[in-house]
Design a protein around this ligand. Structure first.
Ligand code: COA
Length: 339
């Protein structure tokens, strides 16, 4: 290479070296701030814990005392407000993983410290569910026309096992970050893992072949309902993001409340039909367990799981709807009083 060429490269390197020096300085500041951040996080966590402990004791002392006057009530209100503020502050601080997440992921932190990060993660979760629901929906339609290939059925059941395992992990991360997903929906997905696993290992027997068409029809229908659920959940999320709020706004903002209530009314008949379908499958499996050629424990196990899913889904959804309707009507009454 010519001298001029080497000189040009040397100049380029020297410019880069200067940039690298300033980068090193910036990185030093970054590490310093990171350490400061860590120490601030630790301080805030211990102060919040202290505050929460003290408020709990204060409240229980106040509740135990017989005195009921304006001052006591005022004090209780102030304590409750401060407890709420502490909970809000706690949301932007790292938390220890739940036992389940520690076992699965180890001691790596899964805390999402800012509200946009939490909303983004929730959105990714919903989009993941959408894609997988679409795949499950289309695959189950194909499966309806493809009988006699147990190996392909096994792949389908395996896909479901993987899907529900992933959901359980993602939902645990969401709950860790303050999502109010009811415990039942997580349990529902654990049970679905066990159910799909049971169907996966069910041998290609007479009972399997008798049950298969019912299960595939159910899968097509459930895939469709899951798409409707996506529409509802992503609509709620979009509105919450637009409102710039997430928690504790709950269903008190008029526009959001109306949309949610209408969405729920549209979704509910489809959901209850799913539950009836689950009950029917459990009844069908009970019948199959009495079949003279039934030797497999999977028949009874799958029937019991479908029944548990029916009970849990039916009661949880009914409870959610009851609570929401109470809030909606209470806020409508309040609005009418104001008019
Ligand atoms: N799976 C995962 N998360 C759920 C959920 C479900 N089935 N149902 C509610 N959530 C989440 C919500 O997104 C919300 O999360 P956030 O706190 O991060 O915002 C939280 O749980 C609280 O939701 P909630 O206010 O109780 O209910 P909702 O208005 O979001 O949804 C239903 C109410 C009834 C529409 C919903 O629970 C549902 O679709 N249930 C039926 C599920 C079902 O039966 N599946 C099996 C057959 S397809």
């Amino acid at each position: 290479m010519e001298n001029a060429g080497v000189q040009r490269l040397e100049e380029e390197f020297s410019n880069l070296e200067k940039e690298c020096d300033s980068l090193k300085d910036e990185h030093k500041v970054y590490i310093q701030k990171l350490e400061e951040l860590k120490s601030l996080q630790g301080k805030c966590i211990s102060k919040i814990n202290h505050q929460q402990k003290r408020y709990k004791i204060l409240l229980s002392n106040l509740n135990r005392s017989e005195t009921e006057n304006v001052k006591v009530n005022e004090l209780k209100k102030k304590i409750t407000k401060n407890q709420f503020d502490c909970r809000e502050m706690n949301e932007s601080l790292p938390k220890e993983n739940s036992l389940f997440l520690s076992v699965i992921l180890g001691r790596v932190s899964v805390s999402l410290l800012t509200r946009p990060d939490r909303l983004n993660y929730k959105e990714q979760y919903e989009v993941f569910k959408l894609y997988l629901s679409l795949i499950v929906f289309l695959t189950s339609i194909i499966q309806c026309f493809l009988s006699g290939f147990r190996f392909i059925d096994a792949l389908y059941h395996f896909l479901l096992v993987w899907y529900y395992c992933t959901l359980v992990i993602r939902e645990s991360i969401l709950r860790q970050n303050g999502s109010r997903i009811k415990g039942w929906w997580v349990t529902h997905h654990y049970l679905s893992v066990v159910l799909s696993g049971t169907l996966l290992i069910w041998p290609d027997s007479i009972t399997y072949q008798l049950f298969r068409p019912h299960f595939m029809t159910f899968s097509v229908y459930m895939g469709f309902v899951q798409l409707l659920q996506y529409y509802y959940q992503s609509g709620c999320l979009y509105r919450l993001r637009a409102l710039g709020e997430k928690r504790d706004m709950d269903i008190t903002v008029e526009g959001f409340q109306q949309w949610m209530w209408r969405g729920l009314q549209f979704l509910l008949p489809f959901l209850y039909l799913t539950y009836m379908f689950q009950l029917y499958l459990s009844y069908k499996l009970y019948g199959l367990s009495k079949h003279p050629q039934c030797d497999e424990w999977m028949v009874g196990a799958a029937g019991a799981i479908f029944f548990l899913l029916f009970i849990g889904n039916f009661t949880t959804t009914s409870r959610v709807v009851f609570e929401k309707s109470r809030k909606v009507f209470a806020s409508r009454r309040q609005a009418n009083h104001k008019d």
